[in-house]
Design a protein around this ligand. Structure first.
Ligand code: NAD
Length: 253
């Protein structure tokens, strides 16, 4: 049984993970940390990580960038591995996470979904087959109308997976409206759709002569990130110091 401290336990993702762990006999939340106390939890909740007196095998973090410095210090001091999911970390904080990983296991990913991370692995193979054979590669992503950034960080990460697998550099094209020229074979078009309450859809299209292959991922709820984080926590418990990501979790499956 893996014992977890849920950092940010009363937020959207913290509550989602609490629900997932209640139905998983291999993992248990033994404590939570959150300054907001409006939620009834069946584990003790501390206001800050420094107040936490409960021992655990691993910490799952979905909180706030401002909370991450203290968290990393705690993890290094107590030698507790951490699944770091909070986004919007500064360059200094990313450097701090890297430094912490010399002393404790740190797993960080901007997208914790097992589906997206597995697709990233599949795309490397697909790109190596299809790009040299002249297939055009395009990505279409769709999100709700409240999302501020476009394209999504996940769409860019998918494009990077394609690019990293290829010998030549492919240029990312976000807008063709001002261009009056044919598509260059060495480009990856990335299009963003915004509307309604779409949680997140990503399509990677390989368009060749008389055939089209589409690899598609649909998230129906933020639960996909919670499920990935729980799998990552099980993987990370007991691991030696080092920097890990979701590719390590998938490779161990
Ligand atoms: N990596 C991924 O796949 C992924 C997926 C979803 C969300 N996120 C990120 O996770 C973070 C949380 O997302 P959310 O939707 O649950 O947000 P949320 O605002 O619903 O929850 C955040 C919680 O953190 C708590 N918090 C604030 N300061 C804290 C502190 N010092 N210590 C402990 N807890 C503290 C807040 O009170 C709140 O309950 C965001 O940065 C979000 O972008 C990452």
């Amino acid at each position: 049984m893996v014992k977890v401290i849920m950092h940010g336990c009363n937020g959207h993702m913290g509550r989602t993970i609490t629900g997932i762990c209640e139905n998983d006999s291999d993992i248990e939340i033994v404590a939570g940390v959150d300054p907001f106390d409006g939620v009834d939890n069946n584990y003790p909740v501390f206001k800050t990580i420094k107040d936490c007196t409960v021992d655990a095998d691993v910490i799952i973090d979905f909180s706030n960038a401002k909370a991450v410095d203290d968290l990393l210090e705690y993890c290094v001091e107590k030698k507790v591995p951490v699944v770091l999911c909070t986004t919007g970390l500064s360059d200094e904080q990313l450097a701090k996470a890297k430094e912490a990983s010399k002393n404790v296991a740190v797993l960080r990913s901007a997208n914790m979904s097992l589906g997206i991370n597995t697709i990233m692995e599949l795309l490397k193979k697909a790109a190596q087959v299809f790009a040299p054979a002249g297939f055009d590669m395009e990505i279409v992503e769709k999100h709700h109308n409240q999302k501020l950034d476009a394209p999504s960080g996940t769409a860019l990460a998918l494009a990077d997976s394609l690019n990293d697998a290829l010998d030549e550099d492919y240029e990312y094209i976000y807008d063709r409206s001002q261009r009056r020229q044919k598509r260059d074979p060495h480009e990856i078009g990335i299009s963003a759709v915004r509307g309604g309450n779409i949680v997140g859809e990503h399509e990677v299209i390989f368009a060749g002569l008389d055939e089209v292959i589409t690899i598609e991922h649909t998230a129906y709820s933020k639960g996909v990130f919670g499920k990935g984080a729980v799998e990552a926590a099980k993987f990370l418990a007991g691991k030696a110091a080092g920097s890990y990501d979701m590719a390590d979790v998938i490779a161990a499956k």
